[in-house]
Design a protein around this ligand. Structure first.
Ligand SMILES: NC(=O)c1ccc[n+]([C@@H]2O[C@H](COP(=O)([O-])OP(=O)(O)OC[C@H]3O[C@@H](n4cnc5c(N)ncnc54)[C@H](O)[C@@H]3O)[C@@H](O)[C@H]2O)c1
Length: 324
């Protein structure tokens, strides 16, 4: 019988690298694809890849998921048991500067993958969505069935589009698609465009950090290991999912933490105060995100609980080891 792989797209990304690492350590065979674009440091992506390339059960394919022909050709001769689609143009603010990259990767690229897998037997096809789909929703904590028709950014609109596309492919082709709404993930090997990474870089350079809305925002900050554990448990879960209904799970930190509090914790760990510049609220940003994890708990008896202090300490230790 032909060997079956788990396909992870965006494997050189923050979440992708950690997830592949978890699968590889658990002896699964993984094919990772990534186009190694330069949205942020290519070196960071290459260094993440180096970790994965040490495993014999890992294969890397440098492919742009928007290039349908090359994507189909790259995947053609392999067999896959699962797909975990993480490749995306991420970032809320950047979507104002480069809208095309969001439409291309998050919509066209996603459809290319769905088209490739639509008639293949896949146990589960997970895809990354985002808490940003809750947009102008005011009711918290967010439940999966709340209205998501009012995005505040193009990024959110493309993630919501992904959920609708998945809904259709699930209905028509029975593809076992499972959407994962992630909430502000942080931790070692994180993304340089996200607050903890940005702030740590700036404090080291003695530069001011920009704080929007006086730091009067809150987030279900989610530690990376919890996200990986959540995905892994969903991947292994034997509890039946009803794929006639859209399957979407929140995976978010169990507490809502104010940005000001998060900043204080970073200062505490670094033993240094930030120089702060206060700026008005950005129109694309949401004021609060807070995850209701009941559906996740019901499915896998797990929710992200790592305390921000521990998570920040782990990030800062990694950052020091990697950069200093
Ligand atoms: N990190 C978070 O806080 C967060 C929150 C909500 C949702 N998400 C979603 O989770 C997923 C993973 O996020 P991340 O933080 O690891 O982002 P990331 O940017 O670190 O990883 C994405 C990877 O996809 C690759 N990629 C981008 N476009 C591609 C293309 N056209 N073809 C092939 N590869 C491509 C990138 O090179 C990158 O390595 C994304 O779908 C993101 O939208 C992340």
């Amino acid at each position: 019988m032909k060997k079956k792989y788990i396909l992870v797209t965006g494997c050189a990304g923050f979440v992708g690298m950690h997830l592949c690492n978890k699968f590889l350590k658990s002896n699964y065979s993984v094919i990772g694809i990534d186009n190694l674009n330069n949205y942020y440091s290519k070196k960071l992506k290459m260094d993440r890849l180096k970790i994965l390339k040490k495993f014999k059960n890992f294969k890397f394919l440098k492919v742009n998921i928007c290039d349908k022909q090359k994507l189909f050709f790259a995947l053609k001769k392999k067999e896959f048991s699962h797909v975990i689609h993480l490749a995306a143009q991420a970032g809320v603010r950047y979507s104002l500067l480069n809208p095309d990259s969001y439409i291309q990767t998050n919509i066209v690229g996603f459809v290319n993958l769905l088209e490739f897998f639509k008639n293949k037997k896949i146990n589960k096809f997970f895809y990354a969505s985002s808490s940003s789909v809750y947009g102008r929703n005011r009711k918290i904590p967010y439940k999966e069935n709340y209205n998501t028709d009012f995005p505040k950014s193009l990024y959110a609109a493309t993630k919501k589009s992904g959920e609708i596309l998945a809904e259709y492919y699930n209905y028509y082709f029975k593809m076992n698609l499972v959407g994962l709404r992630f909430f502000t993930i942080y931790g070692p090997w994180g993304r340089p465009d996200m607050s903890l990474f940005l702030f740590t870089d700036l404090i080291k350079k003695n530069k001011k950090i920009n704080i929007f809305n006086k730091g009067n925002m809150s987030r279900s900050f989610t530690y990376i290991d919890d996200v990986i554990e959540g995905i892994f448990k969903l991947f292994r879960s034997k509890k039946k999912l009803d794929f006639d209904k859209s399957q979407i799970f929140n995976i978010g930190g169990d507490k809502k933490i104010r940005l000001n509090k998060f900043i204080q914790l970073i200062e505490q760990v670094l033993g240094k105060k930030f120089k702060k510049k206060y700026l008005p609220m950005m129109k694309a940003d949401v004021k609060e995100t807070f995850s209701n994890n009941n559906k996740l708990i019901n499915q896998i008896k797990f929710e992200p609980k790592t305390s921000p202090l521990i998570g920040i300490k782990n990030f800062i230790s990694w950052h020091k080891a990697y950069y200093d």
